[in-house]
Design a protein around this ligand. Sequence first.
Ligand SMILES: *Cc1c(COP(=O)(O)O)cnc(C)c1O
Length: 432
Amino acid sequence: MSPQQAERLLEFDREHVWHPYAPMPATDPVQPVVSAAGTRLTLADGSELIDGMSSWWSAIHGYNHPKLNAAVTAQLGKMAHVMFGGLTHPPAVRLAEKLVELTPAPLTKVFFTDSGSVAVEVAIKMALQYWRSQGRPERHRLLTVRGGYHGDTFGDMAVCDPVNGMHHLFSDVLARHVFAPRPPGGYLDEPDEEYLAELKRLAAEHSGELAGIIVEPVVQGAGGMRFYAPEYLRALREIADEHGLLLVLDEIATGFGRTGEFWGCDHAEVVPDIMCVGKALTGGYMTLAATLCTDEVARVISTGEAQVLMHGPTFMANPLATAVAAASIDLLLSRDWHAEVDTIEAVLTAGLEGARELPGVADVRVLGGIGVIEAREPVDVAAVQEVVMEHGVWLRPFGRLIYTMPPYVSTEDDLEHIADAMYAAAVSLTED
Ligand SMILES: *Cc1c(COP(=O)(O)O)cnc(C)c1O
């Protein structure tokens, strides 16, 4: 692409194309990407960046993967799409078989959606309908913890962190759920007895109006990139059982090995009643998500007054997306993903540790394929991006966080570059 073409593209983009969490027209710069392969993004001027984001947790195998390309191409030759109402097709059934096999045993029913946000909407709808079907419509609230992120639609926003999710903007239209404080401490910390007591107290106080509990297991992603002790997840399962609540786990960010276990809930050996998957499901190729539930949840919903789950996206179980998702899972299981994620954890742990001593840094933490430098103050996104791009790396910080979740196929050299770039960005925080 010529410099003039690139300039025209960026100009139109700035004035007309809305980007995530951005004003219009845009104030921050965006980079024009023309292709991507493996762990590299190629920009319009021909320069390459090492990808440290996996395109928001999704591109775990890197870009332009021959096996995934082949899966899309093969399906494209058969059909790109067909409605799912009254029809079914091999890639959807193949993928559902894999998800039933890979998720904890009680999860046997699969509802496909077109994005993670919608998967959470469906999970909430399932939980509420489960109680409505039993003549208990007053059980329509969810217990959750602060610091969570579950998507951007209105149902989801109501269970996101009230501050990050800007509940005050929409307080008159959002459903009012029950919020516990965010789980204190880190992954390895002993559980705090007072906090456990607070969880129990909240559940007991509201049990008559609660349908379920919803959390991200062990890692809170876009709400703050925090890791909490698996013991808290076990406690939430016990609390759910005590009050007959459904435990909904949002594994959209944590699923498919990112945290060092295949599912986030594997850290705690906890089994949910409803589980959402997305993001890495298609290896970053296409938008697809799914909500799984137990036989019991499905049975109650399907024998209640409505007798159906009232949801059905136009592009439900899209054949291209389900075909590439099935191929992505095969590819993941064909490699030693566990060793790959362990390598990411080891290299990031070693490479980021030094940042802990820097004056602008509040915390450094690494779990599985996730590395975080938390600054003391909100970071200037454009300034940090300039520093990391000078180091040949692509990152997208937010709030006080400079973080990475690289593709699993990253080499040690890629990972060292990413860690060096993050360190340099952390140094730059307190330079003028
Ligand atoms: C990204 C994310 C979502 C929303 O998924 P989209 O595909 O962006 O709609 C929901 N929950 C969690 C935990 C996520 O990380």
